[in-house]
Design a protein around this ligand. Structure first.
Ligand code: HEC
Ligand code: HEC
Length: 261
């Protein structure tokens, strides 16, 4: 604990139990501190005690320091480093593209996808309970929490290269559903969570959908529908896709493929 000063305890009530997480900042603001890139004012960090993330909103120029758990030991926080992530992501490039812009429609694009969402998916692939895929389970299993944070940060820093191939007519049909939902069947607008251009929401971990391949998007909508993918918290996507017809899914997937940022 040398050189550390205890700044603050965060408390929360979870399942009726009080939990706390101690955040320790190094006294001399060097060493384990990371500076946020200019323009970035917030970050989320993983609190090992709670196995959940804390959102930090900090002012420009302020340093974000490493968060340690109460049981200091090995529980050093996993804050991603894009440079380290690039090296670690080399193995992913064969399918997802070196910069996350995959060449084949069965492999989802990861470029620009938010770190929080990527980290969640990799963690879920590992256990294989709520999202199972044999290839990805094999890829995710050897990754440490730090590897996941680095790789996620790397892909987040890349940009989606272009739209994916789409059918114009179907995309035009999907546009209304995406932007306005369907009042009659009670489908909410996709853009409410995924954004008008499909950028998602990095803070909440809502995935970016922009320019994603139609076959991949369709496969995920179907997986939510038949329940084979069930890692959406509070069943948010499963409830929505129940109300979508096969045609709705086809058209909205084409509209998503046509989106660019
Ligand atoms: C042999 C091909 C292959 C390799 C190599 C591979 N992936 Fe995948 N990845 C896939 C496939 C296929 C899917 C879609 C799985 C599904 O249908 O659920 C996927 C899905 C994903 C997803 C979910 C994307 C989303 O939008 O939900 C993430 C994240 C991911 N891979 C990350 C990685 C990382 C990180 C690596 C390297 C450590 C990697 N992948 C290596 C084939 C691959
Ligand atoms: C209330 C918020 C919300 C709304 C509205 C919403 N989504 Fe989602 N969506 C999510 C969240 C959260 C996830 C990530 C679930 C997870 O962690 O696996 C997601 C995941 C997805 C995925 C999987 C992305 C990937 O890369 O694998 C697709 C595709 C998708 N949504 C499409 C849609 C479409 C189409 C609509 C509109 C019909 C829609 N969503 C409406 C919150 C929402």
């Amino acid at each position: 604990m040398d050189g550390l000063v205890n700044i603050r305890k965060w408390r929360m009530i979870s399942g009726g139990k009080k939990k706390s997480c101690t955040v320790l900042f190094p006294r001399n603001l060097r060493g384990s501190c990371l500076s946020l890139p200019s323009g970035v004012e917030s970050a989320s960090v993983f609190c090992p005690n709670w196995a959940r993330r804390l959102e930090f909103n900090i002012m420009k120029q302020v340093l974000l320091c490493v968060l340690l758990s109460l049981s200091l030991s090995a529980n050093v926080l996993a804050l991603g480093n894009a440079g380290a992530g690039k090296t670690k992501a080399a193995v992913c490039g064969g399918c997802h593209g070196v910069d996350g812009n995959s060449a084949l429609p069965t492999y989802p694009k990861l470029a620009g996808q938010n770190e929080r969402y990527i980290a969640q998916q990799l963690t879920d692939f590992k256990t294989g309970k709520t999202r199972s895929n044999a290839i990805m389970q094999g890829m995710a299993t050897p990754l440490s929490r730090q590897d996941i944070a680095d790789i996620g940060t790397y892909f987040q820093s890349q940009s989606i290269s272009s739209t994916a191939p789409f059918d114009k007519e179907k995309a035009a049909q999907g546009r209304n559903l995406y932007n306005g939902g369907n009042l009659q069947t009670g489908v909410p607008a996709c853009k409410a969570c995924h954004g008008p251009a499909g950028a998602g929401n990095a803070g909440s971990g809502y995935p970016q959908l922009t320019g994603q391949y139609v076959p991949y998007t369709l496969s995920q909508l179907k997986a939510f529908k038949d329940g084979s993918r069930s890692n959406d918290k509070n069943q948010v996507m499963r409830v929505i896709v129940k109300k979508l017809t096969a045609k709705d899914m086809e058209s909205v997937a084409n509209y998503i493929a046509s989106l660019k940022q």
